[in-house]
Ligand binder design. Structure first.
Ligand code: ATP
Length: 629
């Protein structure tokens, strides 16, 4: 996959030139602003005004120290006491209001930004093709996205507060210092270049460690999530200690990386303290010398030292800004990598809606490979006639699931065409293609929500009566009513409060309610008890009725009942016919699979019931032959 990103992050751990670093930060900031600036313009203006007020009032509070000392204490002007102290009080009232407005508005923008990016990432993930998810681990991805999204808020609040409030305060205070005493300002600012240099050097060193730290944190949270999801397997195989050992290794690694990031970032604190100490000591020495030997009045000296002390905090924060921004920017870049992923399975230019007449499906010389690995389907051709059932059988790995995936355009064929009623599915809109297909997977997946919600996902505009009717057809109505809240019962994660057969019947009801002309069915291999299996089979018969059905068949009854059987081996169609025709074809793969009960994995069509299949299937042709005779 060619991942063309607008942001090209530096590879992990590799040193990055300072200019590139700054460019990275500026590029991310520009992009976040370009994408969200207009939406928050008024709020930004309010925050900017507040931060400017904070900066200006800070500088002013230093400035006024000269009048406090010179006018009140030195010149003994009693008439100015009320004016000066009143002004100081007013400054702090303005600062208090500005700080409150700034903090609440910024928090609101931040929370809103998080919500916007969460929605954007979710939409993007849902548009990405399935190959992305076969490579990504869901727990890790969710954890990483959680951290990445939070960082977007940090980028913005750090940049706004530091650049506006601290920068404006600092500039204001430096102006106060220069105006009060230009020569002493040179002494005070002598340490500034060293601070700037150190900041750039440390943020460069922190970048690689931060990237690794974010990745490791995501792995830790992802591993915990996977263990929780698979808790029954973990317990059944007594994997607790093994998994705990692995997780401890990961956690230690993540802790070490986090310590390393802190160790680098926190070096800025002693360094800035040291530089501040040097600056203040130099100013006291130089100012003291001038007060004693040059009899300078104390007012400007006081104002200068007040400005210098007030400048210390914003200067320290600004010198740490780059290192702190680094974490936020690394996270933002990771998020943009996801948002910039190409969507290969989107509508082609000029795509038209799929129009269904008979719902005939034709594979015409289809070649397909997953990425760089070799061909999985070779020149595959067959026709699944409208309103008939086509069963696909073959050994494990033959390419059966790939056919179902291609039909839904989860991937595009490398060569050849897949046609539905003569229309190439590559040229129709995805929404109309998938809208005409109902898919029942081997693992019925139930989503967060009620049973009714889960059936309605088949067609959002289905009425309650239609849902009820679909559940009845799927033989699910009775057990649904037996639940505590009937159709409004909330299902646990992955439907754990329901049995396997019940979950399958709900997913079949979902397919029935969709009322699509094409049904793709990956028959479950997991064994159900006889009663449950019978109910599922009856439900399937209902949903298959009158639809073009392609079924990856594992149950003998499904295969025998199919209008046509496609036998696959190694990505090729090797035989086509009905059960009666194929089972009696001497030397044919189907006959062999039946008689031996063996297919690739020692099963019939990769199913888990070899012996049963062999016995029943060998009995079946005789019964059929007898019947025909
Ligand atoms: P089974 O009966 O075991 O489910 P199948 O006949 O459905 O097998 P497919 O799942 O279509 O077989 O797989 C066909 C081939 O494609 C296999 O060799 C498999 O390893 C490969 N394959 C399947 N999915 C992917 C994927 N996402 N990425 C790469 N290769 C894949």
């Amino acid at each position: 996959m060619t991942k063309k990103s607008l942001l090209r992050p530096a590879p992990t751990g590799k040193p990055v030139a300072p200019s590139e670093l700054t460019v990275g930060i500026v590029r991310v900031l520009k992009r976040i602003y370009a994408e969200n600036g207009a939406y928050y313009r008024n709020a930004y203006i309010l925050v900017a005004a507040c931060l400017l007020s904070i900066g200006v009032t800070t500088a002013f509070s230093a400035w006024i120290m000269r009048d406090v000392i010179d006018q009140i204490f030195y010149n003994q002007r009693a008439d100015l006491i009320a004016i000066i102290s009143g002004t100081v009080a007013l400054i702090f009232v303005i600062r208090a209001i500005a700080m409150y407005l700034q903090a609440t508005t910024l928090a609101r923008i931040g929370n809103d930004l998080v919500a916007r990016y969460q929605r954007r990432v979710y939409d993007k993930l849902m548009r990405l093709d399935v190959s992305y998810f076969s490579e990504a681990r869901s727990g890790r991805l969710a954890a990483q996205i959680g951290e990445n999204v939070g960082a977007i808020r940090d980028v913005l609040s750090l940049a706004l507060t530091s650049l506006l409030r601290d920068f404006v305060s600092l500039v204001g205070l430096v102006i106060v210092m220069v105006v009060q005493d230009p020569r002493m300002s040179v002494v005070a600012l002598i340490t500034a270049p060293a601070l700037g240099f150190m900041s750039a050097w440390l943020s460069r060193r922190a970048r690689g460690a931060i990237r690794e730290s974010v990745g490791l944190n995501a792995r830790v949270i992802g591993s915990i999530q996977e263990s929780v999801q698979g808790v029954t397997v973990v317990k059944a195989f007594t994997m607790e200690n093994l998994l705990a050992t692995r997780l401890t290794g990961l956690i230690d690694n993540a802790k070490q990386k986090a310590n390393r990031v802190s160790a680098i970032a926190e070096q800025m604190i002693p360094f800035s303290e040291l530089m501040a100490g040097i600056a203040i000591a130099s100013v006291i020495a130089y100012g003291g010398y001038r007060a004693i030997y040059e009899q300078q009045p104390p007012g400007s000296m006081f104002a200068f030292i007040t400005a210098l002390l007030l400048a210390y905090d914003p200067a320290r924060r600004l010198s740490q800004l780059k290192v702190h921004l680094e974490r936020a920017v690394v996270n933002a870049e990771m998020l943009y990598q996801i948002l910039d992923m190409p969507e290969r399975q989107s509508d082609k230019p000029g795509a038209t809606p799929l129009v269904i007449t008979r719902a005939d499906i034709t594979f015409n010389g289809v070649d397909f490979s997953y990425g760089e690995s070799g061909k999985v389907l070779h020149d595959l051709s067959f026709v699944a006639p409208g309103a008939k059932t086509t069963a696909i059988v073959g050994p494990s790995g033959a390419g059966k699931s790939t056919i179902i995936a291609l039909l839904q355009r989860f991937y595009d064929a490398d060569n050849g065409q897949i046609l539905i009623d003569g229309q190439d599915i590559a040229t129709v809109t995805l929404a109309t293609l998938r809208g005409q297909i109902a898919y029942v997977s081997q693992q019925p997946y139930l989503f967060e929500g009620t049973i009714r919600d889960n059936i309605r996902y088949g067609r959002p505009d289905a009425t309650d009566a239609e849902i009820d009717a679909a559940a009845r057809k799927a033989h699910a109505h009775d057990f649904i009513l037996a639940q505590s809240n009937g159709y409004d019962t909330v299902v646990g994660e992955n439907g754990v409060t329901l049995s396997g057969g019940q979950r399958q019947r709900i997913s079949i009801a979902r397919a029935i309610v969709r009322n699509a002309p094409i049904l793709l069915l990956d028959e479950a291999t997991s064994a159900l008890d006889n009663e449950s299996e019978k109910l599922v089979q009856q439900a399937l018969d209902e949903v298959m009725d009158g639809r073009t059905t392609i079924v990856i068949a594992h149950r003998l009854s499904t295969i025998v009942a199919a209008d046509q059987i496609i036998v696959m081996d190694n990505g090729r169609v090797v035989e086509t016919g009905t059960h009666g025709e194929l089972a009696n074809r001497h030397g044919g793969l189907y006959a062999k699979l039946n008689l031996l009960g063996l297919g690739g994995g020692g099963t019939m069509a990769g199913s888990g019931e070899p012996v049963k299949a062999a016995e029943e299937i060998t009995a079946e042709p005789r019964r059929q032959a007898g019947g025909e005779a």
